[in-house]
Design a protein around this ligand. Structure first.
Ligand SMILES: NC(=O)c1ccc[n+]([C@@H]2O[C@H](COP(=O)([O-])OP(=O)(O)OC[C@H]3O[C@@H](n4cnc5c(N)ncnc54)[C@H](O)[C@@H]3O)[C@@H](O)[C@H]2O)c1
Length: 252
């Protein structure tokens, strides 16, 4: 028996990277999983089904209200309810490090649309069934950079600062309906796009390891325990919190 039997989870940005790792882990705990990505989530959904789990891929642009609404409708029509939302999609892995003076304004706006409006729109689309059943789990993916500070990524850091603030405000607003909202703030994690990165400008993986109390690379699997905890009954009296999972680089 899994910790999430009979639960239905949406993971945004799960066509690959950390989101795909989350989708597999949720399915392994018994949840039916909706892979909501602007890219094709079909291969991840098929891999979950091949392993005996339940999953569908729904092409979704989290920055688009209609797209988020349609995704939530598909989740409800397919699996009957919606219990867990992991707001993981972001413009991140292919983003170049850049100095403040060189940040393109159109890119700044797109990052805000995906990384800030995205979790807002997905939450808005997902909360009706959670309110009806007086239970739901929302997990927003932030970044430990918000706690540590860091150069050359101001557009991204600003968007994730908003995610932290939204986590707290959502938690206050949705608590009366039994919906908890928490966040995970990962350190630099070796997802596919991060492994492929060449433009680090801030020392790269060696510098990240050196800043940690636990001196090794961080893998997507290192985030799974916190994500399952915040998605399950184990965390039912916890809301508005941000769990930093970064090997002890930031401490607060
Ligand atoms: N990898 C790290 O070092 C790290 C560190 C801290 C936080 N994070 C956060 O973890 C999450 C996942 O990280 P990752 O390394 O897998 O990132 P990634 O960039 O590799 O993956 C992001 C996913 O989001 C999807 N996406 C992008 N725009 C979208 C949109 N408009 N609608 C729907 N889907 C969209 C992409 O297709 C992709 O599958 C992100 O929120 C990221 O900010 C990552």
């Amino acid at each position: 028996m899994g910790r999430l039997d009979r639960r239905v989870a949406v993971v945004t940005g799960a066509a690959q990277g950390i989101g795909a790792t989350f989708a597999h882990a949720l399915a392994a705990e018994g949840a039916a999983v909706v892979i909501a990505d602007i890219d094709d989530g079909g291969p991840v959904a098929r891999a979950i089904k091949a392993a005996g789990g339940r999953a569908i891929a729904v092409r979704t642009d989290v920055a688009d209200e209609q797209s988020c609404h349609d995704m939530a409708e598909t989740a409800l029509n397919t699996f009957g309810t919606l219990d867990i939302l992991i707001n993981n999609a972001a413009i991140f892995g292919k983003l170049d490090r850049v100095r403040i003076e060189e940040i393109d304004l159109a890119l700044w706006d797109r990052i805000m649309a995906v990384n800030v409006r995205g979790p807002f729109l997905c939450t808005r689309a997902a909360i009706a069934p959670m309110r009806r059943q007086k239970y739901g789990k929302i997990v927003n993916i932030c970044t430990a950079r918000v706690f540590a500070g860091g150069p050359f990524f101001l557009h991204y850091d600003a968007s994730k600062g908003a995610v932290l603030a939204m986590t707290r405000s959502m938690a206050r607003e949705l608590g009366d309906d039994g919906i908890s909202v928490n966040a995970i703030a990962p350190g630099s994690t070796m997802s596919e796009n991060i492994k492929a990165r060449t433009n680090w400008m801030d020392g790269g993986p060696a510098a990240k390891i050196g800043a940690r109390a636990l001196k090794r690379l961080q893998e997507p699997e290192d985030l799974v325990g916190a994500m399952l905890f915040l998605s399950s009954r184990d965390s039912d009296f916890m809301t508005g919190q941000t769990m930093v999972v970064d090997g002890g680089a930031s401490m607060w």
